[in-house]
Write a protein that binds this ligand. Structure first.
Ligand SMILES: [Zn+2]
Length: 592
């Protein structure tokens, strides 16, 4: 316990640069340019018989360039987040974006050379590369799927006016939608974000109307949005399967995540067979809402509304106490974000919405942005983002290339931090309503990140197959309704307009098969948390090791070394067991 009084403040970016127009920032940009020029001049040293020393010196030059580049890019990004309306910030962002992409192109020759190097020679170099090893290995994973330089150039060039253009058109069409909703007799014109706030209100009628309006608009354009989807999916198969020789469409994404295909299949299979877990929850929720059966409109309906508020000082104290109770080391690291003024928690006009943790490099604590307004969600968000920050700090001994964990593990410390907080709150909170609210929100969130995303991925897998066999947009919508039926069973009534839900999910258009990473990350954390509950203190060193490995090993290897076998369905089942435990707790509470 400490007796500090935490105040909401703006962060300081002094650890990066004194300001957006400072000579130090200009000097940084100039230094990167010089380093890149020097590296270009050394290009001739990249030969098959390169010595270990020369090779490492090139890697170190790359590291220096990337590390400084990240500092410049982080400064620009953070300064812009502070006030997105600031013109100096806007032009700095644009300039830095352009600069970074130019420098990346100019140093691309290293990666191309590295991929072309014969395996035996590369292996020798990697084996003696210490912390850089996995980074070097990961680049080479793509060798069997890399085409000739000329073909790669054609793909890049044609993508700009091809699939990327289609994705842009999808986003242009859908971002200009205006939704109409009558609330308390007044017709409002809303953005999608504003409209979706109403699916979480306690008014059942408004919840239904909000969804109906969403799918009225998407349904109107479904023929064209569906056609865009079909084309993106065909492009994906043509490139990833026919040309790059991935075994199937999802395999291309699995390789980016460096997760074996069989592990992803196991994960999705376990989700499919665990559909009844959430069905049980929806049946319970129906009782609490006093209805025979839940409608799809009611999935996010609030069951209990507690309007408990937290001051910033209370929130910070609770989060740090919860972390301390887990492991004082975690709390000490989280505390640094406050002490070193790397936290911007104020709500200000023009400031970016939401929250994030942004690591500039392994040598500095990350910067954390919150928009703290005192709701219980804001306290969880604080625990979440500080978890990201602790994760980065635990991996600070790695290089710029290897300290940041891969996507499937990127949400581990953040989600675990939230669980630590929930446990702490449940132990200290005496108000029954607040406790109930915490438990219900937990399961609601787990549904949204685990099951919903898993079923999106299952739909994608099916849709890619069906489109390959010539399925029409109508047939895809039919397959989507079947997918929902399997997900909800007899626990939820799904209205017909939900057949257009899939055309409203940007992820499946923009980054095919991205969504299962959410399922992977959340279920992983639930399983880890289960292990913590059963093993107690003994678990902490194993867990700390997972985090401190950062991105210096393949995700499956990181977990394997901690005794976790993600190829075993029982491991994923363990995550569902935690949820069953939560649901059982809720079932014991008498319905009022
Ligand atoms: Zn996160």
């Amino acid at each position: 316990m400490n007796n500090k009084n935490y105040q909401q403040t703006r962060w300081s970016l002094q650890d990066l640069f004194p300001g957006p127009q400072s000579p130090q920032l200009e000097a940084g940009i100039e230094k990167i340019t010089n380093l890149v020029e020097n590296l270009e001049k050394r290009r001739a040293v990249l030969v098959d018989d390169i010595s270990q020393d020369v090779f490492l010196s090139v890697v170190k030059d790359m590291e220096t360039i990337v590390a400084l580049g990240q500092k410049v890019a982080t400064f620009a990004g953070l300064f812009f987040s502070e006030d997105t309306q600031n013109e100096i910030a806007q032009s700095l962002m644009a300039r830095v974006d352009q600069f970074v992409s130019e420098m990346t192109n100019r140093t691309l020759f290293f990666e191309l050379w590295w991929k072309a190097l014969p395996q035996e020679k590369a292996q020798k170099l990697m084996d003696a590369s210490g912390d850089y090893q996995y980074w070097l290995e990961a680049i080479r994973l793509f060798i069997p799927h890399t085409l000739t330089e000329a073909e790669e150039k054609i793909i890049n060039t044609k993508n700009v006016t091809g699939v990327s253009a289609l994705q842009m058109i999808y986003s242009s069409i859908t971002n200009r939608y205006v939704y109409k909703l009558t609330v308390a007799g007044e017709e409002k014109e809303l953005t999608r974000g504003e409209l979706m706030m109403y699916v979480r209100t306690s008014d059942a009628d408004i919840r239904a109307k909000a969804y109906q309006e969403l799918y009225r608009i998407y349904g109107n354009d479904a023929p064209i949005l569906g056609q865009i989807y079909q084309t993106i999916v065909r492009d994906w198969r043509n490139e990833q399967v026919s040309m790059r020789k991935h075994s199937d469409p999802i395999a291309a994404r699995n390789l980016v995540n460096d997760i074996p295909d069989s592990v992803v299949n196991t994960l999705l299979d376990v989700c499919k067979t665990s559909a009844p877990v959430f069905q049980r929850f929806f049946k319970l929720k129906a009782k609490w809402l006093g209805v025979e059966r839940l409608r799809r409109y009611d999935v996010y309906a609030p069951v209990v509304e507690s309007d408990k508020r937290y001051s910033f000082d209370e929130a910070a104290t609770i989060v740090l106490d919860a972390y301390t109770r887990f492991d004082p080391k975690f709390a000490t690291l989280a505390q640094r974000i406050f002490d070193e003024n790397h936290l911007d928690s104020e709500v200000r006009k023009g400031k970016r919405g939401g929250a994030f943790s942004w690591a500039a490099g392994p040598d500095l604590p990350p910067w954390v942005m919150l928009n703290f307004q005192g709701k219980s969600d804001d306290v969880s968000t604080m625990a979440h983002e500080l978890g990201h920050a602790v994760h980065a700090m635990l991996a600070a001994h790695h290089s710029i290339f290897t300290f940041h964990s891969n996507l499937p593990l990127a949400e581990t410390a953040s989600t675990f931090g939230e669980m630590v907080l929930v446990d702490y709150l449940l132990q200290h909170e005496t108000d029954e309503t607040v406790r109930r609210d915490i438990l219900f929100s937990q399961v609601d969130d787990a549904y949204a990140t685990i099951m919903r995303q898993a079923f999106f991925a299952l739909f994608e897998r099916e849709a890619h197959e069906k489109i390959n066999n010539g399925a029409s947009v109508g047939e895809l919508a039919e397959a989507y309704m079947q997918n929902l039926k399997e997900q909800f069973g007899d626990s939820v009534d799904v209205a017909d307009e939900f057949r257009w839900e899939w055309v409203s999910i940007p992820h499946i258009f923009d980054v095919p098969f991205y969504v299962y990473a959410y399922t992977f990350g959340q279920l992983l954390v639930l399983s880890l948390y289960q292990q913590y509950k059963s093993e107690g203190e003994a678990f902490i060193p194993r867990y700390t090791k997972i985090l401190s490995t950062g991105g210096s090993k393949a995700p499956v290897k990181v977990l394997e070394e901690a005794g976790i076998n993600v190829a075993d369905p029982a491991f994923w089942q363990g995550g569902f067991n935690v949820l069953i435990g939560l649901i059982e707790q809720l079932e014991t509470i008498p319905v009022k």
